[in-house]
Design a protein around this ligand. Sequence first.
Ligand SMILES: [Zn+2]
Length: 300
Amino acid sequence: MVKFAFSDKYLYKLPEGHRFPIEKYELVKEQLLHEGTIEPSQLYDPGLATDDQILKVHTKDYWQSLRTLTLDKKAVRKIGLPVTEKSLNRARNSVAGTISAAHNALKSSVGVNLAGGTHHAYADHGEGFCVLNDIAISATDLINSRLVHKVLVVDLDVHQGNGTAKIFENNPDVFTFSMHGENNYPLHKEQSDLDIPLPYQCDDDTYLRLLQSHLPDLINSVQPDIIYFQAGVDVLASDKLGKLSLTRDGIKMRDQIVISSCKEQSIPLVITMGGGYSERLPDLVEAHCTTFRIAVSTYH
Ligand SMILES: [Zn+2]
């Protein structure tokens, strides 16, 4: 049975009208339970990431200003979310979700965090709704514990995984792969080990052809001990921030390609959520649920 990290802390109240759809996390969990894709016993609260785990990736200064809630206004604005005790606990909780999902993946092929994928967080600052970089912290944790030697990050959010790319820039143990809108945030792209920039309004066919022509070869050449899949759904045509034109079926095929590639080659897979800013919340929830339905049916 696939285990899903989830915590009530994943949801906290944002100021009225804030554009980050924080309620989606709770709604995705509720929908998966409601339709019977998962049972309550598959959910667990991962607790909080420790200072020690966080400091293996983030700088002492940055973490200290977060912990003491003294981050300057400009740095808070760059994150785009309030920095409060609640939001910080949420970030730590979500990092722990990805850390534990990775341990579950090593034990039983797949692990899921119903949050995470905060790939715009750098070692020394946060941005784009990302405070701490959960995938970077988790991958570092596994490598330092010598549980894995080689990690592949497959980041399919519409925005480049700039924080992750920069953190692992000179690290041969982690291969970062990002497919993202070339004209989208972040304006200044970092260099991933492999970047596939996508044109404005890129459609299903173009997207899937590119993914299919790169991913299997990449897995063969990198030979990772674990794969992190950042499954952002802001590639959807209806996304407010996406600028691509993928359909729901397109996302489904995307997820099938990634998940079945891992399964076929018996590579432990960690799935995190990621961006998604559709006009209609039900579309957004549905798009995220698709990823998890495929994971559950593939690894039942
Ligand atoms: Zn995004």
